[in-house]
Write a protein that binds this ligand. Structure first.
Ligand code: JFH
Length: 242
């Protein structure tokens, strides 16, 4: 589950450049029984199995670099992972990511190891491996020197707090669909204004929760008022069947 994603593209280059060292461990290496059992039935009953504390504790105690390690546990019960948290993880010297399988961890694991419990979203995956790769990818691309273009991580959507404006490339007309003419105008101020308005429009339509959290300038309020006025016109037009 790890070797594909870790050997490609940006994560590959980050490792090749020596900017990050990623190791993958099998929890069963810290078991001592013939069948390498890492799970057991839940106290209190119910379906599914739970990860046993002993192998996780032994693994973390062996891999931990003194007090310099931060333990992260992936879980549907975690706090929401975000761009902001990726930025905080990116400056830490050593992370230990606990993936998990079955129904998750015996609660003494996350508590006893002082793990930061993270969720990558409100959907249920089969295990923590994909969430761990998500956290790694989002975090590693913020390490200085990982991206070729140092500015792109900063101007990314979510770093600015808004969704991005739409992007277009050649040809200028594709199957009858034209690129907005302002983008071909060469008028950089008009382009900047159009992009900002589109970003505000998309954010308002798709992620109104983000709009409440970002600091809006006077121009932003003006552009949003234009968007709202256009919206009202469209709504009326629909009502009138025009
Ligand atoms: C993980 C798993 C089902 C049962 C919600 C109500 C009932 C666990 C380890 C993270 C995000 C994960 C994630 C992370 C780690 C593990 C599978 C299936 C249930 C789910 C619990 C095992 C899932 N953001 N989504 N999924 N599982 N629960």
């Amino acid at each position: 589950m790890f070797h594909g994603p870790l050997q490609e593209s940006i994560l590959r280059r980050a490792q090749d450049k020596g900017l990050v060292d990623i190791r993958v461990h099998d929890l069963r290496a810290w078991t001592y029984d013939r069948h390498h059992v890492v799970d057991d039935v839940p106290y209190g009953g119910g379906a599914g199995m739970v990860l046993k504390p002993e192998p996780l504790f032994e693994a973390v105690e062996e891999l931990r670099q003194g007090s310099g390690s931060t333990v992260v546990a992936l879980s549907p019960q975690g706090i929401p992972f975000s761009q902001g948290l990726a930025g905080e993880l990116a400056v830490l010297p050593h992370l230990i990511l606990l993936c998990g399988r079955y129904e998750g961890f015996d609660d003494r694991i996350t508590h006893g190891l002082h793990a930061l419990e993270l969720s990558i979203g409100d959907f249920v995956l089969s295990g923590g491996e994909v969430p761990a790769l998500v956290v790694l990818d989002a975090t590693i691309r913020l390490i200085p020197g990982v991206l070729g273009d140092e500015t792109s991580a900063l101007t990314d959507s979510f770093a600015t707090g808004l969704l991005e404006h739409p992007h277009f490339t050649r040809p200028s007309i594709f199957r009858g669909l034209a690129v907005p003419s302002v983008l071909l105008s060469g008028d950089h101020q008009a382009i900047a204004r159009w992009r900002r308005k589109q970003a505000l429009r998309r954010t308002r339509e798709r992620r109104p929760d983000l709009l409440g959290r970002v600091a809006l300038s006077d121009l932003d309020r003006e552009l949003l008022a234009e968007v709202e006025a256009e919206e009202a016109r469209v709504g009326k037009g629909e009502e009138l069947g025009t």
